[in-house]
Structures are given as structure tokens and as C-alpha cells.
Write a protein that binds this ligand. Structure first.
Ligand code: AGP
Length: 618
């Protein structure tokens, strides 16, 4: 899940490359590099670590050229070293290439190329593609009067031998002002400018350079020169592509005064929840409406089971969705890890809807699980935040979150927006079954209160920071909740793990007695999610069990709760909301707790180690 960029035009390529890589850095930050064509050769600059290090290396006067490629890496093959940093060269340097994805048959191809005398300088699978293109070019005859065609044929020949996923941008030392981009399985977009063209792993580098975008589909290959571009499909030849309007403004991609994107995105949640609900609550019929589900009411009534699938935080919102849809619509729901669903091959009955939940829309496991269930004839839908993303393209329909760009690697506003959309889907399917008009009206009213409830919850930030101060050196933290708040506990634990590197586990509170309570000692804090509700007394008992064994207790509770006050060491107040909406409010202090602990431990909150924002490899 690297980030790649490319530029061909009349402007200095370096500005777009470095600016674009900064925007894509959340996709991987193990190493970076650019290649800029100038004076009949490519100037290659690579560095380990962040784009800042690369910009430093480029210095005050970077190479000047109107053609270039760039890459920021999330290591899959070979450690984070200069040798393994992209761009990679093919042959004796006539091919320059950047790659996002994983080539599964790279070792076989590499052995074959070594036999043919190619010399490898890196441990990466990507360098294999560069040499493969060089080899293919050697065997591709000139086409008189069509110099571009030879290079196109050579690339097509090379990529036809690849097994795995790729988003590629390729340039040629001996054929300047020309670039080829190709995709299968990894995301790739083109930016259409005036006399200049851009390639990027997603739309963010294009913001402020052009608002005309082409989302490349699988097996498509693009040829770009300053004069224009064309797109071909592996099997269908030349294809007409849809140039879309990019609906993003540059302010969304900035921190707007917040110290970190994660904190900004936590504070954006009242607005992102409003966006998720905008135009979707139908007071007149006391239900929810979705423009992109592509389902008739009859088809929706026929649904007998729903599968929710995703990864990480999106899997957690799926768990919340299970409680919501079963409660509001009485439809059986199962929640599947996408990486397991793909290979577990479960029996799926007819009239089952499969929802892929994803912020980025590019997660390879979720894409593969949707494709597999679709191949078996099931209707697939996406709950997704990125317009035009691969999963949005692959699904039969879906619901966009409209949460705006989420740049912090730790997902926050996407989780609450996913849960909000799942609540509205519960209302939609429920009102097509037994849910009464009155109950529907009430649910709409309760949903409309959410942004204010979240705004109120954000008021606990200072208090959470004090609690974080107290527990910043814990080595293990337990998160505990019941019913709707069990997935909230899992999500709280994941946030702490991924940005502070503290070991954390989430459990249904009652599960503690069956083993995890053995972890409790005075160094191991337990975070209990205990708002008033059907399981309040049960959670209270679980909390006292931990207290009885000397474990520090942090409680998320409603105001004026002397019982909790009496037992817990620290109480963080959350407003009282209906149980089915509690995860959307109660997760906010847990996001802030992880944020402040990570900050106090000097961790890089927005770009935690070993992670990337969208996981485009299996
Ligand atoms: C969550 O904070 C992580 N970034 C990660 O678990 C993420 O939720 C997962 O990779 C799924 O990503 P998606 O929602 O973009 O598909």
C-alpha cells in the first residue's frame, strides 16, 4: 500500500511529485524516491523514511524536468533501505518504474531474468517488473511511424506475465515526454490538466492541480504525453473513459490548525455525522432513503440475511451493525473478517445481501471478499467513504459516508459515520417490515440529536488528557463493555494499540471471569463502558470484580452516577443517548484517550509505525 505519482507536462515535475507524495504519505512511509527526466537522463533521488527526508535530499535546487515519477513505500518485500526504495530501474537504466502492490510470482520471474543476465540491486518484487519491461522492450519490434506503440506493446507483454496486484507508472530514458500507467487490483487515478497529465494512487495529490479525474479500472493501461492521453483495456483495446469532476477542496486536506489529522478528524465528527444523514432521513414516511442501494422495496423485503464484512475498524462497525440491524429490522446478520470470508467459503443462502464496509474503498481483503461473493451471484453493496474507489466500483450499489478525507491512519470519523449509516439501514429495512411509523419517527428524532451529543462529549477532552497522564505507562489496558458497547470496547482497544503501541484487549465485560481477569493487577487499568441501559447492573458487577482484585478502573458513565463514582478510580462523563446509538458517542472519549496517551509517549499519532491508511495488499 505504497503511494505512487507521475507527471508529464510543461511544468517542473518535482513540485507535483513532492507535493503529491506528501498527500499520499499516509499510505506508507518506510522510504521514498523520485525520478525526474532532464538532459537525456533520469535524476533519481531516494531516501529512507519520510518525504521530508527526500525533500531535504533534493535540496534547495531539485532537478528540473517536465517528466517524473515518485513513490512512498510501505515495505512488503525487503526492509526499509535505500536499495529497496523506488523508483526502480530496468535493464541498464532505460526503464524507470514505481509500483504499488504485490507480485506473487516475482521469484520465478526474477530467477528467469537472472538467467538472462539481469542484475538486481534490491530485494523487492517491483524491480522484477522493471527488468521484465526491459526484456520485453528488447523483444518488441519498432512500429514505423508509431514510436509510442513499441513501448506500449512492451509494457503489455511484460504485465501479462505478472501474477498479483499492481498500480504502475513507467517512464523510458530513451523515449521522453511519455509515460505509461497500468492497474490491476491496486488503485490508480489520472488527473487531466491543460497540457499536463498526472498519475496518482488516489485523488488527494490532484487537489489544487486539476479537478478533472479518471478512475482507472482493472486491466486498464493509460498512455500519457503532454499532448494528451488514451486508455486501453487488456482485452477490449481502446476504451472511452469517464472524466469526472473532483469534489474536494484543498482545505479538507489540511490540519486546519489542529496539531494532528487524527485530532482534527475526531473534532469533525458532529459534522461528518450530519453529512452521513443529510438527505437520507424521510420524516414523511418515518424511514431512511438511500439513492445508491439499487434495491427496490420488494427486493429489500426479500432479504433474509445480511453479511457485513470488513477489516480493522470497519469490522468493528460491522459488529455494531449486527446489533443495530438485528434490533431494528429483525434480519439475521453475520459479521465476517473479510480476509477470512474470502477463503472460509461459508454456505450463503439466496436472498443474502453482502455489505463491504470500508473507509478507503481500497482494502484488498474486503475487495476480494466482495468479488468472491459477487462471483457466487450474491448482491454486494459497499458502505464506503472514498468516491470512485475500487470497492465502490466493484459493488452492485452502496452508501457513501461523505465524511470527507480521513488522513490520520487511525480511523475515527469513518467509524462513527459507518455506525450511523448502519443505524439508518436498520431503520430502512425495519420500516419495510414490522417497525411502526411512530417508532420510525422516534428513531429519526434520536438520530438528529447525535451531532449535539458528540459535540457535548468532545467537552471531556481535558479530563481525558488528565486520565491519559495517569495511565500513559501502562503495558496492558483492558476495554470492557456489553451489548452495543462490546464493539465499542474493541474499537477503543484498537485505537490504543495502533497509535501508542500499548497492548490492549477489548472484551464483552462478562467474559472477564472466563480468563482475562487473570491479567488484572494494580498496573493494568480496565476501561469500563457503563452508561445507563439494559446491562448497567451487570457491567457494574463486572467492574466490582476487577476492583476487588486491585485493578485500576476508568469508567465511561453518564452524569450524576454516584454508584460508578464510588467504584471507579476515574470517571469520564458521556451524555445519555438511546442504547442503539451509544457506540457513536462512547467511542469519542476512547479515541481521545488513545490520542493523548500516544502523544504523551512521543508516538507519531498520524503515522504510527508499521501501519498504512489503506491496506491494498492481501
Ligand atoms: C483503523 O484505525 C485502521 N486504520 C485499520 O484497521 C482500518 O480500519 C482497516 O485497514 C480497514 O480499512 P478500510 O476501512 O479503509 O477498509
Amino acid at each position: 500500500m505504497c503511494g505512487i505519482v507521475g507527471y508529464v507536462g510543461s511544468d517542473n515535475a518535482c513540485d507535483f511529485l513532492i507535493g503529491g507524495l506528501r498527500r499520499l504519505e499516509y499510505r506508507g512511509y518506510d522510504s521514498a524516491g523520485v525520478a525526474i527526466y532532464g538532459g537525456s537522463t533520469f535524476h533519481i533521488t531516494r531516501s529512507v523514511g519520510r518525504i521530508d527526508a527526500l525533500a531535504m535530499q533534493l535540496g534547495a535546487v531539485p532537478p528540473n524536468g517536465t517528466l517524473g515519477l515518485g513513490h512512498t513505500r510501505w515495505a512488503t518485500h525487503g526492509p526499509a533501505t535505500i536499495e529497496n526504495a523506488h523508483p526502480h530501474l530496468g535493464g541498464d537504466g532505460e526503464i524507470v518504474l514505481v509500483h504499488n502492490g504485490v507480485i506473487e510470482n516475482f521469484q520465478t520471474l526474477k530467477d528467469e531474468l537472472i538467467q538472462k543476465g539481469y542484475h538486481f540491486v534490491s530485494a523487492t518484487d517491483s524491480e522484477v517488473i522493471a527488468h521484465l519491461v526491459a526484456e520485453s522492450l528488447k523483444n518488441t519490434p519498432e512500429t514505423v511511424g508509431q514510436p509510442n506503440l513499441r513501448y506500449l506493446n512492451a509494457v503489455q507483454g511484460a504485465i501479462s506475465r505478472l501474477r498479483g496486484t499492481y498500480g504502475l507508472a513507467i517512464a523510458f530514458r530513451d523515449h521522453p515526454n511519455f509515460m505509461i500507467a497500468a492497474r490491476f487490483g491496486s488503485p490508480l487515478v489520472l488527473g487531466v490538466g491543460k497540457g499536463e497529465y498526472f498519475v496518482a494512487s488516489d485523488a488527494s495529490p490532484l487537489v489544487g492541480r486539476t479537478d478533472r479525474i479518471v478512475y482507472l479500472a482493472d486491466h486498464q493501461i493509460a498512455v500519457l504525453t503532454p499532448e494528451g492521453f488514451s486508455v486501453l483495456h487488456r482485452d477490449q483495446g481502446k476504451v472511452r473513459v469517464n472524466i469526472r469532476q473532483l469534489e474536494t477542496d484543498s482545505s479538507e486536506a489540511t490540519r486546519e490548525g489542529f496539531e494532528h489529522y487524527m485530532l482534527k478528524e475526531i473534532y469533525e465528527q458532529p459534522e461528518s455525522i450530519r453529512n452521513a444523514m443529510r438527505g437520507r432521513l424521510d420524516e414523511e414516511n418515518a424511514t431512511a432513503v438511500f439513492g445508491g442501494l439499487n434495491l427496490t422495496p420488494q427486493q429489500s423485503r426479500m432479504v433474509e440475511r445480511i453479511i457485513l464484512t470488513g477489516c480493522g475498524t470497519s469490522w468493528h462497525s460491522g459488529l455494531v451493525g449486527e446489533y443495530l440491524i438485528e434490533d431494528l429490522a429483525r434480519i439475521p446478520v453475520s459479521v465476517e473478517y473479510a480476509s477470512e470470508l474470502r477463503y472460509r467459503n461459508p454456505p450463503i443462502e439466496n436472498n443474502t445481501l453482502v455489505f463491504g464496509i470500508t473507509q478507503s474503498g481500497e482494502t484488498a481483503d474486503t475487495l476480494a471478499a466482495l468479488r468472491e461473493t459477487k462471483r457466487k451471484g450474491h448482491r454486494t453493496l459497499a458502505i464506503c467513504n472514498v468516491v470512485g474507489s475500487s470497492i465502490a466500483q466493484a459493488a452492485d450499489g452502496g452508501v457513501y459516508l461523505y465524511a470527507g478525507p480521513e488522513i490520520g491512519v487511525a480511523s475515527t470519523k469513518a467509524f462513527t459515520s459507518q455506525c450511523c449509516v448502519l443505524a439508518m439501514l436498520g431503520l430502512y429495512f425495519g420500516r419495510l417490515r414490522h417497525l411502526s411509523f411512530e417508532r420510525g419517527k422516534q428513531i429519526i428524532e434520536e438520530l438528529r440529536q447525535l451531532p449535539n451529543a458528540i459535540q457535548q462529549t468532545l467537552g471531556c477532552n481535558e479530563q481525558v488528557r488528565d486520565v491519559a497522564q495517569k495511565y500513559q505507562n501502562a503495558s496492558t489496558v483492558l476495554y470492557l463493555g456489553r451489548q452495543f458497547n462490546f464493539p465499542t470496547a474493541l474499537e477503543g482497544a484498537l485505537k490504543l494499540k495502533e497509535i501508542s503501541y500499548i497492548h490492549a484487549e477489548g472484551y464483552p465485560a462478562a467474559e472477564m471471569k472466563h480468563g482475562p481477569i487473570a491479567l488484572v493487577d494494580k498496573e493494568t487499568p480496565s476501561v469500563f463502558i457503563i452508561p445507563r441501559g439494559t446491562t448497567y447492573t451487570k457491567v457494574m458487577a463486572n467492574m466490582e470484580e476487577v476492583k476487588a482484585r486491585g485493578g485500576p478502573v476508568i469508567a465511561l458513565a453518564n452524569e450524576d452516577d454516584p454508584q460508578v463514582q464510588a467504584v471507579a478510580d476515574d470517571v469520564i462523563h458521556v451524555p445519555q443517548v438511546p442504547e442503539f446509538l451509544q457506540p457513536i458517542v462512547n467511542v469519542v472519549p476512547l479515541q481521545l484517550l488513545a490520542y493523548h496517551i500516544a502523544l504523551l509517549r512521543g508516538c507519531d499519532v498520524d503515522k504510527p509505525r508499521n501501519l498504512a491508511k489503506s491496506v491494498t495488499v492481501e
